[in-house]
Design a protein around this ligand. Structure first.
Ligand code: NAP
Length: 315
């Protein structure tokens, strides 16, 4: 089978031939029809988890995928060959991921069925970005009428977070460049803050001098200065970071809950999101669909930024 791998931390991704794996007890073999691209994919191959998780090389890149079950191992009861499934397929100790024609998953893993009406491309675009968005909005402790800033709203996580928050009756302030204003408003943003015109925190502070109820920050990197975001918040509010940039103890002194969120999909959450996407209640914009052979180039392009939706690899 064809797969996109790295041979060590920091190595360039390359397209290679690998033996197709066989499912062991409790495992399913999935023929991947679409693989979603996320910043996490290259953070991992750059070594973000090298001190905490064992990695096997060559390591197939990618986490998110959607496809059809080709074979099941002994003891598999949740799934059958022919089932359409999607979820997160990254298994670093086994060197397995989703940028490939075939991959394995555990039946009890982060996998769910796909509704018949949901395409593989849309399904593959969901797991990491939309689960993170869903859990970030939940973590933000919002109620109808509250005001939320999503910093980094124009990318994969942000666009889904806008929709979850707006559906809960929250006033969503979304960052994005002027070319995306109509799109982000169409997803439910109350206003769009062009972060290239003036710093986001200055624009929000000017419009909401009394403070806002939550920030979901998708931009400040680990170890970066998140204090401009924290400075926008009123007492009793929440600051959620997807890059482990908050210091919950320091924020607690100001009566702000700091949350460093790591997404944690369950098959129930995945099933809910797939259903919402299938009925058009969760909209995902696809930036590009590319063949597996172009994955190394598309990873290089995605690393440079400027996502306005999701990129999906179609093996
Ligand atoms: N902890 C977790 O479980 C988890 C899960 C998913 C994602 N994440 C992290 O969350 C972040 C967002 O993920 P994603 O998938 O949404 O990434 P993405 O699709 O690449 O989107 C990031 C967006 O942020 C925008 N942006 C960059 N700098 C900005 C700034 N200064 N102000 C406002 N917007 C800015 C980018 O636009 P431009 O490039 O055009 O500026 C892009 O549209 C990434 O760091 C990712 O690693 C963490």
């Amino acid at each position: 089978m064809k797969a996109v791998v790295v041979t060590n931390f920091g190595a360039q991704p390359e397209l290679v031939d690998l033996p197709t794996p066989e499912p062991g007890p409790g495992e399913i073999l999935v023929r991947i029809h679409a693989a979603g691209v996320n910043p996490f994919d290259w953070k991992v191959t750059d070594g973000a988890l090298k001190d905490s998780v064992q990695h096997a090389f060559p390591l197939v890149m990618g986490s998110d995928g959607a496809g059809v079950i080709e074979k099941t191992g002994t003891g598999v009861t949740r799934f059958r060959p022919g089932d359409r499934v999607y979820g997160q397929f990254m298994r670093l100790p086994q060197g397995q991921g989703s940028y490939t024609e075939y991959t394995l998953a555990e039946q009890d893993g982060k996998i769910a069925h796909i509704p018949q009406t949901l395409s593989y491309t849309l399904a593959a675009a969901l797991p990491t970005a939309s689960v993170t968005a869903y859990q970030a909005v939940q973590a933000a402790r919002l109620a109808g009428g509250h005001t939320l800033l999503i910093n980094g709203a124009s990318g994969g996580v942000g666009q889904s977070a806008i929709q979850f928050a707006a559906r809960a009756g929250v006033r969503v302030l979304a960052t994005g460049t002027s070319d995306l204003t109509d799109h982000l408003r169409g997803l439910g943003a109350h206003s769009v803050i062009d972060f290239t015109v003036a710093p986001t925190h200055e624009q929000v502070a000017a419009a909401y001098p009394e403070g806002i109820h939550a920030v979901v920050d998708l931009v400040t990197p680990t170890g970066g200065d998140i204090s401009p975001m924290a400075g926008l918040l009123r007492a009793g509010s929440t600051l959620v970071s997807t890059n482990y940039a908050t210091d919950p103890d320091a924020l607690a002194a100001r009566d702000i809950l700091g949350v460093n969120l790591g997404n944690s999909p369950t098959s129930e959450t995945l099933a809910t999101l797939a259903e919402l996407a299938a009925i058009g209640e969760l909209r995902v914009r696809i930036d590009a669909e590319v063949p597996l052979a172009d994955a190394p180039a598309i990873v290089a392009k995605a690393r440079a930024g400027h996502a306005t939706g999701k990129t999906v690899i179609v093996p």
